[in-house]
Design a protein around this ligand. Structure first.
Ligand SMILES: CCCCC/C=C\C/C=C\CCCCCCCC(=O)SCCNC(=O)CCNC(=O)[C@H](O)C(C)(C)COP(=O)(O)OP(=O)(O)OC[C@H]1O[C@@H](n2cnc3c(N)ncnc32)[C@H](O)[C@@H]1OP(=O)(O)O
Ligand SMILES: CCCCCCCCCCCCCCCCCC(=O)OC[C@@H](O)COP(=O)(O)O
Length: 371
């Protein structure tokens, strides 16, 4: 193991990274809160400010993936589709099988310049996660309870509000509704059988209602669906803790651009269309398992310096007061202050560990465990 790699795996480094992320995150949340009066004067200005503030936060995690762990993200797509990426609104449909699939998604958002404005249909529980969840509240992320009776109006209303959104955004939809586990796969395949649908090997059966309501409510605003299939080379099973440890992963993403006009308006036809899409995605995953690559040419955008510059900026801004505080603490020689600080640090570490736990599939919810 090289010296740099050894350094990256040290707990103290992780503490410093997490400190910068959480304290700058809370500061950004506070700035977002301060934009509330701006909403009353100019909604579009408040939105634009929030997009930039969200970028400051999400791109720190992207920088950790791209620059700290050095993870390589390769894009397979057709060049004629590539020219639209980042220049239009789109609905992104992605498989949900990895702890860090959302982070790989963010990386591509960053490279195409839509990171600050990117959105997702997320489970309500995530809105309570400090820093990221609170940031999403100001970013008009669409939350659902995964209870269709309540979601059908809530989700539609939130989507309608995006019609006058001032900048290009990608709206992420994990149609599987939950992360892939063998148990959830088994249950969802029972549902597939009972509906006379073909068995999927690499995906859960997609939930069609959220997709239909999203497509219907973003018609006229989003130009296309980006059908995205993610996998990792050499059977890697990436985790956020691994990324924090500086482990390098190799992500491959296959994206097909499908104009929104090609998607049926009728609910049943739209559901059938989505099931067919997942059968195709399943065949791409099978091809990847067999050959180690997706169809289509590789047209990868390079990582950008912006995420690194942003990360260095926040690190300097947050580490300076910490340095002053620690120096004062040590020179004061007060045992009580030192013990109180240690207890505070331990509690903060437990809090961050809980946040990282939100990304771990082995802590996935019970949703989808029974029909
Ligand atoms: C590559 C570029 C990437 C770009 C990235 C861009 C942006 C990034 C931005 C942010 C990144 C942050 C990431 C955060 C991630 C957080 C993601 C989540 O929280 S995922 C969970 C929430 N989202 C969803 O659930 C979306 C999908 N779900 C739906 O659409 C649902 O339909 C619903 C709207 C939520 C409603 O759910 P509900 O359970 O109430 O209803 P359903 O219609 O799903 O259920 C009834 C229906 O399903 C059948 N059924 C029953 N059991 C199962 C089963 N086990 N599997 C499948 N189907 C099942 C049942 O028979 C009913 O069928 P029918 O509809 O025919 O009646
Ligand atoms: C830059 C330095 C960073 C320091 C590290 C600090 C990391 C703290 C990060 C916390 C990030 C929290 C974001 C949570 C996003 C989780 C996305 C996700 O995958 O949600 C799961 C749902 O889709 C489905 O839920 P399940 O039904 O499977 O249950």
């Amino acid at each position: 193991m090289g010296l740099l790699q050894l350094l990256k795996s040290q707990f103290l480094c992780h503490l410093i990274l997490c400190y910068v992320f959480v304290v700058s995150g809370l500061f950004i949340n506070l700035l977002q809160f301060c934009t509330l009066p701006v909403w009353m004067v100019s909604k579009q200005l408040a939105r634009r400010i929030n997009i930039r503030l969200a970028y400051c936060l999400s791109s720190q995690m992207v920088a950790m993936l791209e620059w700290w762990s050095g993870t390589e993200c390769t894009l397979y797509t057709e060049p004629q589709s590539y020219r639209f990426y980042g220049k239009e609104n789109a609905i992104v449909v992605l498989n949900h099988s990895y702890d860090i699939d959302f982070l790989c998604g963010w990386t591509f958002c960053e490279r195409f310049g839509v990171l600050g404005s990117s959105k997702v249909l997320a489970k309500k529980e995530l809105s309570y996660v400090p820093v990221i969840g609170w940031m999403w509240y100001f970013l008009e992320i669409v939350f659902c309870k995964r209870k269709w009776e309540e979601d059908r109006t809530l989700v539609a209303q939130s989507l309608q509000k995006l019609h006058d959104y001032p900048e290009h955004f990608w709206f992420l939809l994990y149609c599987e509704g939950t992360r892939f586990t063998p148990k959830k796969h088994q249950v969802s395949m029972q549902v597939a059988e009972s509906k006379g649908l073909p068995i999927l090997k690499h995906h859960l059966l997609p939930r069609t209602k959220g997709f239909w309501v999203t497509v219907q409510n973003l018609r006229g605003k989003a130009a296309a669906v980006y059908d995205s299939t993610l996998n990792f080379q050499n059977n890697e099973k990436p985790t956020l803790l691994g990324v924090l440890n500086g482990e390098k992963y190799h992500a491959d993403l296959y994206v097909r651009r499908i104009p929104l006009d090609l998607i049926p308006e009728d609910e049943a036809e739209c559901a059938a269309w989505l099931h067919k899409l997942y059968q195709e995605k399943d065949s791409f995953q099978e091809q990847y398992t067999q050959t180690g690559r997706f169809p289509g040419p590789i047209v990868s955008p390079p990582r950008r310096l912006w995420s690194l510059i942003n990360w260095l900026f926040w690190s300097c801004l947050m580490l300076y007061p910490l340095g002053v505080l620690l120096t004062g603490l040590i020179s004061s020689g007060s045992m009580l202050s030192i013990i109180v600080s240690l207890v505070f640090c331990s509690a903060a570490s437990v809090g961050v560990r809980w946040m990282i736990g939100q990304t771990e599939i082995n802590k996935s919810s019970n949703y989808g465990n029974k029909e």
